[in-house]
Design a protein around this ligand. Sequence first.
Ligand code: IPM
Ligand code: MG
Length: 365
Amino acid sequence: MSLQRYEICVLPGDGIGPEIMQVALDVLRAVGRKHDVEFACTEALVGGCAIDACGCALPEATLDLARSADAVLLGAVGGPRWDTVDPDKPRPEDGLLGIRKELGLYANLRPVRVYDALVDASPLKPDAVRGCDILIVRELTGGLYFGDHETVEVDGVACAHDVMEYDELEVERIARRAFEAAAIRQGKVTSVDKANVLDTGRLWRKVVHRAAAEYPDIEIVDMLVDNCAMQLIMNPGQFDVILTENTFGDILSDEASVLAGSLGLLASASLGDGTSLFEPCHGSAPDIAGKNIANPLAQVLSAAMMLAHGLGLDEAASDVTCAVDAVLADGWRTADIAQDTTDAAHVLGTREMGERIVACIEEER
Ligand code: IPM
Ligand code: MG
């Protein structure tokens, strides 16, 4: 077999980003050796580290590299060092939002899967979470995140606004992604909005139903976002694909991670019409950075999503997800998913968890 080669733009970012990225790159190299694939990884700066080095969170060189790569793998951005309430100062998050917008990554897929081995890691009842398998399809380049933001003073009183705006084309294209995803899953889309209050919510609902007419085999359920927040905890088994706008998707995905046991397990794929980006759903966790205790699995599983969705290497992707399954089934845990009483002897550091996964991939050769 001839060697395939892919250019990967690697953006470790801040906080735990670099250490979990190191694990993901080791895993990629291992799976690459097995499948005769070479990943040519080039690192660049994004977020707080880019602000320190270049004064802005998304340097032009990073964007150029991302555009020319076959896929982008990102760690996490942000940290207290760069936190500011001054709207004129650069923020690490600008780097993330900027790259999503510049690459046109409007579709963010966030799978929430409850591993059998981890049903007890969730604070919810095991019977409620067992077998849950949800895909959150979050619109990623519209809504409040990208509307007009402004802080002004009116008669000596500070006043801020953030505009939430969607046009029907933006809603339609993300709805199609959700229907297509549901077609190869359980065939159900729960579309989440706030149509009882917001115009954007009413437009969302109308356009989603218009698009749904083209997918007669898909069941479509409308749900208000406040109710969805409750249903996710009360009866998560009812969900297959959750389709929602940017801000609601941000909030609901953190909430849904509680089903899986930890935000440290949630991977994501951000897709548009060009180069795709893959990143964990969690942040940079500055409080635990550099301590070798962060859970690298969200980053590793994001790399697996990159193999499948970004590069079409389905077998390699499934080798990675199977290795993660096997390591968890064998009882290995990072601190965030360990139960004090039963797992104490099986708690691994970030690097050691990575070594287990690599060993598991290599054993299967
Ligand atoms: C996420 C994160 C980001 C978001 C932050 C870091 C800007 O919370 O990817 O969910 O709000 O989209
Ligand atoms: Mg978030």
